[in-house]
Write a protein that binds this ligand. Structure first.
Ligand code: SF4
Length: 159
């Protein structure tokens, strides 16, 4: 079992894509980040403890946009926002919603149980306030589905 450091919205992105039906994440040759590596660990029952960060995480480290703990990418659909600023706003909101803190170790299984109770349309609508309605509904449905699928994988991995 492994311990990971991750931005809260990266965790939800993994759960959303898994809920949508992606069973095996593959490397991104453009960004060169480790989304595939952490994503596969998360969904395959390999993570024991999780620590949330708002800075560069285990996914970001090899990414071409990870510069001195900050993301130097831009948000294509939102002028005036850096991706770093945009992501930090989302990540701060998510932890506030869940009553969790950055830079603390949590049992990943406990986090999955919490997410299965706390994820809902209201949360996605409030946190992803710049997104279109259909994208929010997509996020809500598939992230919840992915959370339950991963919970089952962790229950299975315990025997
Ligand atoms: S550095 Fe930025 S673009 Fe790269 S993985 Fe991290 S958040 Fe994404």
């Amino acid at each position: 079992m492994e311990n990971i450091v991750i931005k809260p919205h990266h965790l939800l992105d993994i759960l959303k894509l898994y809920g949508k039906g992606i069973e095996n994440f593959v490397p991104d040759i453009n960004y060169n980040h480790d989304f595939y590596l952490i994503g596969n660990m998360v969904v395959n029952g390999k993570v024991e403890f999780i620590r949330f960060t708002r800075d560069c995480d285990d996914i970001c480290r090899p990414c071409k946009y990870c510069k001195t703990e900050k993301c130097s990418d831009v948000v294509a659909f939102l002028s005036g926002y850096s991706k770093d600023e945009y992501n930090k706003e989302i990540d701060d909101e998510l932890l506030k919603f869940w009553g969790l803190r950055f830079d603390m170790d949590y049992s990943f299984n406990d986090i999955l149980v919490l997410l299965s109770k706390e994820l809902n349309y209201h949360l996605f609508k409030k946190v992803w306030k710049h997104e279109q309605e259909d994208a929010i509904q997509f996020r809500n449905a598939f992230t919840i589905m992915g959370t339950y699928k991963v919970l089952l994988n962790y229950a299975g991995s315990k025997g």
